[in-house]
Design a protein around this ligand. Structure first.
Ligand SMILES: C[S@@+](CC[C@H](N)C(=O)[O-])C[C@H]1O[C@@H](n2cnc3c(N)ncnc32)[C@H](O)[C@@H]1O
Length: 242
C-alpha cells in the first residue's frame, strides 16, 4: 500500500495521534507517496465529466492538500485557480509542485474549509478525498462556506463512492478503520477526525439542498457498476442558484 518513499509506521502513528492539521503538516513531504493522495484515475474521470460543463473562469480546490484537484482545475479554468487547505505544510508542498506549467498560476490560501474567506468569487469548486475529515454535524457549516464562495450559478463537484457491500473485505476494512478512530478519539485529544462511512449519498444530498444547492448526480462510468446496476462512483454536482 505504501511505497518505500512513503511514511514509516512510527511516523504514521505520530501523525495519527496529532490533530488533523498537525498530522498533515507532518505527513506533507511524503503525502504524494501514500494512498491518501487521490489517484489520477479519479482526477481524470472528474475532469472528463466536468469538461462539457465548462470552461469555467475561476476554480477553487477545497482541502487541496498537495494540489491533486488543482491539476484538474488547470484543464478547466481560464482565469484563476486557488487551492485552499488549513495545513501550511501541505500548501508548501503544493506550491513547490505547481510552479510554472500551463494555465493560470495557482494561488494558495491557508484557511479552514468551514469558514472560507471568499465571497462569490468562484465558478467551480472541487474537492477530493477530504470530506471524511468532517463530521456529519459539520456538513451544514462546510456547505454554507462553499456556497458563499461560489458565484451565483457556480458549481460544487466532488466524487462520492457507493458503500461497498458487507460481503466484501473492503466493507469490513473501512468499518474497522472507523471503529479504531472512534476509540482513538474517545481516549485522546486533540481528535483526529477521519471516518470513511459518514458521508452516505442521501444525507449528503439533503444537506446540500438545505445549504441552497440544487443537486444532480453523474455516474462515473470508468469505475463500473454494482450488481444492482447502480454506479460504484458518482460525481455530485451541486449548483448554487443563478
Ligand atoms: C486526504 S488529504 C486530501 C488532499 C487532496 N485533496 C487529495 O485529494 O490528494 C485531506 C486534506 O484536507 C485538509 N483538511 C482537513 N480538514 C480541513 C479543514 N477543516 N479545512 C481545510 N483543510 C482541511 C488536510 O489538511 C489535507 O490536506
Amino acid at each position: 500500500m505504501f511505497t518505500p518513499q512513503g511514511p514509516t509506521l512510527p511516523e504514521l502513528i505520530v501523525q495519527a495521534l496529532s490533530s488533523v492539521e498537525r498530522g498533515y503538516d507532518l505527513l506533507a513531504p511524503k503525502f504524494d507517496h501514500t494512498p491518501f493522495r487521490t489517484p489520477d484515475r479519479f482526477l481524470d474521470a472528474t475532469r472528463d465529466a466536468l469538461a462539457p460543463l465548462g470552461p469555467f473562469a475561476a476554480g477553487l480546490d477545497v482541502c487541496c492538500g498537495t494540489g491533486a484537484g488543482v491539476g484538474v482545475l488547470r484543464g478547466l479554468c481560464t482565469q484563476r485557480i486557488t487551492g485552499v487547505d488549513f495545513s501550511a505544510g501541505m500548501l508548501r508542498e503544493a506550491a513547490a509542485r505547481f510552479g510554472g506549467g500551463p494555465g493560470p498560476e495557482p494561488g494558495w490560501v491557508r484557511a479552514d474549509a468551514r469558514d472560507l474567506p471568499f465571497r462569490e468569487e468562484f465558478d467551480l469548486a472541487v474537492s477530493f478525498g477530504a470530506f471524511g475529515h468532517f463530521l456529519p454535524s459539520e456538513r451544514p457549516e462546510l456547505f454554507a462556506s462553499i456556497h458563499r464562495s461560489l458565484r451565483p450559478g457556480g458549481l460544487l463537484a466532488f466524487p462520492l463512492g457507493a458503500p461497498p457491500s458487507p460481503r466484501t473485505p473492503l466493507h469490513w476494512m473501512l468499518r474497522g478503520f472507523d471503529a479504531v478512530m472512534r476509540v482513538r478519539n474517545l481516549v485522546r485529544r486533540p481528535a483526529f477526525v477521519m471516518y470513511y462511512r459518514t458521508w452516505p449519498l442521501g444525507p449528503v444530498r439533503a444537506d446540500l439542498v438545505r445549504a441552497g444547492f440544487t443537486v444532480e448526480l453523474l455516474p462515473l462510468e470508468a469505475f463500473g457498476r454494482r450488481p444492482d446496476g447502480s454506479p460504484h462512483w458518482r460525481l455530485v454536482l451541486a449548483r448554487r442558484a443563478a
